[in-house]
Design a protein around this ligand. Structure first.
Ligand code: PLP
Length: 450
């Protein structure tokens, strides 16, 4: 029924009639009905085509309908569609093995979950249960998921309405040179001051009470914040000094987004626990998990781990995860991410920053970038205020609307256009999408007041 407007209407009717949507006032939304997807492109039922620069929710790393992923799920469904987690299963074991083999030195095992928030919940539980300590330090400008502890750990407005589900979470500021919390002007200064601040906070909270420090290796939705040189090794050193575990949240950046299997691999840092989801199988079947160090694993060799999920290590999801490793290798995905990021995206964004006065800063790595839109380059005043809604958000919404009208589905967050296309996007499509953003930035420029 592709192209059939009646079908489009019917999908809308049932959606607005019966589906309760996340993060939304139910009366104020009009979700776009999607009929089909292929690679980096999806279509509505009227045949309107969108190039996806957001990989859905930054999960669709291998694009829509990748034949290798579809085949792996179909074959697994024909063989054994489900099996409970207390039994051993071939694809579950194979996927855990491949993840461990591609992880940090000393990685020992994987606990599988149904998604990212659960991965965070279980990483925290592993940290608390193995250390005997309770407190968790997480950063402002972070998103860790919408379940109890994960939403409390989140350091942005989505937490506010849910405060405080877990009373043993404390937030700290990480590095962000463009909007420094430490009056720093260089990455070196920012690293030094952010680490000094964190050390004071550890001392004042009490190292003996802190189980873990949790951070997104490269902050995702809150701005594509790439850690400045020395920051992550510095956090690791503080963790070692004070006997605290380090959890890297790689739900958004794991599995190729930054051109590495895991983003931490580019930053000379060894975590104790790593959360993943999204890219592990591009979200074809819900899957997440935690990579566990030998030391933490060994804490549960003689005593039982108190936790579990009916669908932990679901065979359909794991089959797609194993296929993901095969596809990454066969198609040279990590190499192409690094190449496209450095050769196509970075130079073009540099050009945007020269040409468009509304681009206060561009930053990123691999196929993960952000354009920080401002009305004044001197003051760094954002195009729209922090957490803007309604009329206040209109300038940014106009930029997003210009992208969509030209057939580009952007990753829009706050005052930022973020760029996170499927890792399989063709160079031609990547350039076409950047051309659309180039034109949409004229709209952003029209609001410039500086
Ligand atoms: N952690 C990070 C860094 C994320 O970006 C997300 C989702 O966007 C989550 C955790 C939560 O994952 P999920 O939505 O699968 O629960």
């Amino acid at each position: 029924s592709f192209g059939d407007t009646d079908a489009q209407r019917e999908v809308r009717q049932n959606d607005r009639g019966y589906v309760f949507h996340s993060w939304s006032a139910q009366g104020a939304i009009n979700p776009l009905p999607i009929a089909k997807g292929e690679g980096a492109t999806f279509w509505d039922y009227d045949g309107n085509e969108f190039l996806d620069f957001s990989s859905q929710l930054v999960n669709l790393n291998l694009g829509h309908q990748h034949p290798g992923l579809v085949k792996a799920i179909q074959e697994q469904a024909g063989r054994l569609a489900t099996i409970q987690p207390a039994m051993a299963n071939d694809v579950r074991g194979e996927l855990a093995k491949r993840i461990v083999e591609h992880s940090f030195e000393g990685a020992r095992s994987v606990f599988f979950t149904n998604g990212g928030a659960e991965a965070i919940e279980y990483a925290v539980r592993l940290a608390r249960q193995s250390s005997g300590k309770r407190k968790i330090l997480s950063r402002y400008r972070s998103y860790h998921g919408s379940t109890g502890t994960a939403i409390t750990m989140t350091g942005e407005p989505r937490r506010w309405a849910n405060d405080v589900i877990d009373g043993e979470v404390v937030h700290f500021f990480g590095p962000f040179v463009y909007r420094s919390a430490f009056w720093a002007t260089t990455p070196e200064e920012e690293t030094e001051r952010a680490l000094a601040h964190l050390e004071q906070q550890i001392q004042l909270e009490g190292a003996s009470t802190i189980a873990a420090i949790v951070l997104e290796t490269v902050t995702g939705t809150n701005g594509v914040l790439v850690p400045p040189p020395g920051y992550l090794p510095g956090v690791r050193a503080l963790c070692d000094k004070y006997g605290i575990l380090l959890i890297c949240d790689e739900v958004m950046v794991g599995f190729g987004r930054t051109g590495e299997w895991f983003a931490y691999q580019a930053f000379d840092v060894k975590p104790d626990l790593v959360t993943f989801a999204k890219g592990v199988n591009s979200g074809y079947v819900p899957l997440g998990g935690v990579v566990i160090s030998e030391e933490i694993h060994n804490a549960f060799v003689d005593r039982p781990f108190p936790g579990g999920l009916t669908y932990s290590g679901h065979p359909l999801a794991c089959a797609a995860g194993v296929a993901t490793f095969d596809i990454f290798e066969a198609e040279g995905i990590l190499e192409r991410v690094r190449d496209l990021g450095a050769r196509v995206v970075e130079p073009r964004l540099r050009e945007f920053a020269e040409k468009h006065k509304s681009v206060g800063e561009y930053r990123g790595t691999g196929l993960f970038w952000a354009l920080e839109l401002v009305v004044d380059r001197e003051t760094h005043e954002p195009l729209v205020p922090f957490n803007a809604a309604g009329e206040a958000a209109a300038p940014f919404n106009a930029v997003v609307a210009a992208c969509k009208a030209a057939g580009l589905w952007p990753f829009a967050a706050g005052n930022r256009l973020q760029i996170a296309p499927p890792l399989v996007i063709s160079e031609e499509d990547l350039v076409r999408g950047l051309d659309i953003i180039d034109a949409a930035l004229d709209v952003a420029d029209s609001y410039y007041t500086g």
